[in-house]
Design a protein around this ligand. Sequence first.
Ligand code: NAD
Ligand code: UDP
Length: 387
Amino acid sequence: MATGRVDLDGNPIKPMTICMIGAGGFIGSHLCEKLLTETPHKVLAVDVYNDKIKHLLEPSTAEWADRIQFHRLNIKNDSRLEGLIRMADLTINLAAICTPADYNTRPLDTIYSNFIDALPVVKYCSENNKRLIHFSTCEVYGKTIGCFLPKDSPLRQDPEYYVLKEDTSPCIFGPIDKQRWSYACAKQLIERLVYAEGAENGLEFTIVRPFNWIGPRMDFIPGIDGPSEGVPRVLACFSNNLLRGEPLKLVDGGESQRTFVYIKDAIEAVLLMIENPARANGHIFNVGNPDNEVTVRQLAEMMTKVYSKVSGEPSLDSPTIDVSSKEFYGEGYDDSDKRIPDMTIINRQLGWNPKTSLWDLLESTLTYQHRTYAEAVKKATSQAAAN
Ligand code: NAD
Ligand code: UDP
């Protein structure tokens, strides 16, 4: 059946069935939303949780109700997985433990989740000749070459020493006792396995390396929709501090640099991969926004300004405080110094470019955070004070 949709080469796109593992997470929820509202494709949504896609599963009268099925299963130990992969034309694997606070404190769970648990997914796709889009991470690049140069070396300013390229940059991790790298290393090995399945057994694959995708529904706010002692990724940590009127904590001075991309821009790139297999198969893609680079300290300052604008509340006189990584994350933490994605391959294959500036994406995300959480945080704080 033709749908009126055409791919980048002008060919009609046929409706497909997609087995999306990890569909209940941050990226999965946005991808499900996009597929249901803008395409004719069907989604077999697999996850252990579905809170972030509840609005897509109910009510049963929604116009897309017959195009999404939720399967609550843990891919570690569920024999239904292969059947779902066989029913689908394409499998997208998003399932992972992917919050840095876990990498050095739960290294075994991190390695099992990112490598061992992903193995059957790769195997079932390969054995059943099914296409696979596997989510890896920009963290597989580890540290930049530039960070090992002397502090005053002019080469540190040369993009050759810091821009991260899929086909030429090395993967540079710290020593084994820096367990931060357990995640990056497990992701690297599963990338190599997927690549080898492609080379030796003809698996049709695409590997995605997200560079700090952020937006609504990312992670959780501790004590509201996640554990009070939990440590989410930086967007949710800083949102939590802003909602509670606390200073934002800068780990080791907040000197590390990141590029942030708006989730809605990034999802456009994933949809292009889904609908253009001839251009996406066999490739590894950086997906990020090289123009949105800041230090973590600058991110904190910008989020403080934006939150004050969207909430109408004045910011603190001292909006940030410094904490050591040992205090914040515990023993074995280490950090990526700088992450700028090279965009040559994704530009050439899919013509994709991000659009949203850091200020704009923070404004829409913090408006969402304020609307969703401000009341609940106020209630929780006044209850705690009363006790
Ligand atoms: P997320 O934690 O919000 O989503 C992951 C989902 O997978 C969760 O809903 C979780 O319940 C599910 N899951 C985990 N283990 C499972 C299992 N055994 N069985 C069934 N479901 C399971 O994370 P996200 O930000 O949406 O990330 C998705 C993928 O993208 C991950 O592979 C992550 O490593 C990668 N990634 C994301 C970013 C980013 O910027 N968000 C950056 C780098 C890499
Ligand atoms: N970070 C911080 N304060 C926080 C949370 C994170 O300074 O409350 C820093 C962290 O040390 C890292 C950066 O912010 O340098 C990004 O952290 P994130 O958890 O988003 O993951 P990463 O980009 O390292 O994968």
